[in-house]
Design a protein around this ligand. Structure first.
Ligand code: IPE
Ligand code: IPE
Ligand code: MG
Length: 251
C-alpha cells in the first residue's frame, strides 16, 4: 500500500480534486441494511480521504455530498442524511481546525433546515483562518443551479449598468459561480461504477480528467485515492492542442 503512495509524484498532483461519493445505498443493500447505514459508513471514507488529501498536499478537495435532485428521495432518507451531515460537520470541525483545513460549502443552502444553516455558518467561521487545504462540501448543489444563480447575478449587474453584456466572458462567468474562489478541478473521481456527472460541476469540469471506479464509496480508502492519482499522472492533458505541442511546452 505504501508503495502506491511512494510512486505518486508530489509536484504533479491535481491542485483541485473533486469527488462524486456514490454507492452508499448499494453498499447497505448488499448487507441487507437500510440505505442510511451506508451513508453512516461513508463518513469514515470522507475522514480518510480528507486526511490523505491534506497529507499529500492537495490544496482543494470538493466532495459532492447531496445534490439538488437528492431532495426528491424518500423523506426518511433526506432527513436522516441532513442529520448525519450536520452532526458530522459539528463533530469533525475541531479536527479540521487542528489540521489547518478550511471548510467551504457550495449549493442552494436556502433549501436546508434553518438549524442546519446555523450549524454550517458556525463551522465555516471556526475554520475561516485555515489555509493548509480547502475542503469544499457540495451540499444541495447542482451544476445547473450554480449556472442559474450566476445568470441571476450577471443579469442584475447588467440591468444596473455595472456590466456590459459584451464584457461577459468565460472568466466573468467563472467569477460568478459558487466556486469563484477555487481553481477548476484537474481530476474528478466517481465511485460505484456509474459513468455520469449527475449535475455536478458542469462548467468547472470542462477539462477535468475523469476517473471511474467500481468501488462503492463506503469502501473507498486512501489506497484507492493513490491509485486514481497514479492513473491521473499517466495522462496527457492536451487542452485541444496536439500531443507534439504539449510535449514541447515547458512544464
Ligand atoms: C451517494 O450514495 C450519497 C448520496 C447521493 C447522498 P447513494 O445514496 O446515491 O447510493 P446508491 O447510488 O443508491 O448506491
Ligand atoms: C450524485 O449521486 C450525487 C451525490 C453523490 C451527492 P446520485 O446517486 O444522486 O446520482 P444518480 O441519481 O445516480 O445520477
Ligand atoms: Mg447514487
Amino acid at each position: 500500500m505504501e508503495d502506491l503512495k511512494a510512486n505518486i509524484e508530489r509536484d504533479h498532483l491535481p491542485q483541485h480534486l473533486a469527488i462524486i461519493m456514490d454507492g452508499n445505498g448499494r453498499w447497505a443493500k448488499e448487507r441487507g441494511e437500510d440505505r442510511l447505514f451506508g451513508h453512516f459508513h461513508g463518513v469514515q471514507s470522507v475522514r480518510d480521504i480528507v486526511e490523505a488529501s491534506a497529507e499529500l498536499g492537495i490544496q482543494y478537495l470538493t466532495l459532492y455530498a447531496f445534490s439538488t435532485e437528492n431532495w426528491d428521495r424518500p423523506q426518511a432518507e433526506v432527513s436522516g442524511l441532513m442529520e448525519l451531515l450536520v452532526n458530522t460537520i459539528r463533530k469533525e470541525v475541531e479536527q479540521l481546525k487542528k489540521n489547518g483545513i478550511r471548510l467551504h460549502v457550495i449549493g442552494d443552502l436556502t433549501m436546508l433546515p434553518p438549524t442546519a444553516q446555523q450549524e454550517l455558518t458556525e463551522a465555516l467561521e471556526l475554520t475561516a483562518e485555515n489555509d493548509h487545504m480547502h475542503l469544499i462540501m457540495a451540499l444541495s448543489y447542482s451544476g445547473r443551479w450554480d449556472i442559474t444563480q450566476a445568470f441571476h447575478q450577471l443579469g442584475r449587474k447588467i440591468q444596473a449598468g455595472e456590466l456590459s453584456p459584451e464584457s461577459v466572458d468565460a472568466e466573468v462567468i467563472a467569477a460568478h459561480l459558487s466556486t469563484r474562489d477555487f481553481p477548476d478541478p484537474e481530476l474528478m473521481i466517481r465511485t460505484s461504477g456509474e459513468h455520469r456527472i449527475s449535475n455536478f460541476l458542469l462548467y468547472q469540469l470542462a477539462y477535468a480528467e475523469f476517473y471511474f471506479t467500481e468501488t462503492l464509496w463506503p469502501d473507498f480508502r486512501r489506497q484507492h485515492l493513490y491509485k486514481a492519482l497514479l492513473d491521473y499522472q499517466q495522462r496527457e492533458r492536451r487542452f485541444g492542442k496536439t500531443s507534439e505541442q504539449v510535449s514541447s511546452e515547458p512544464i
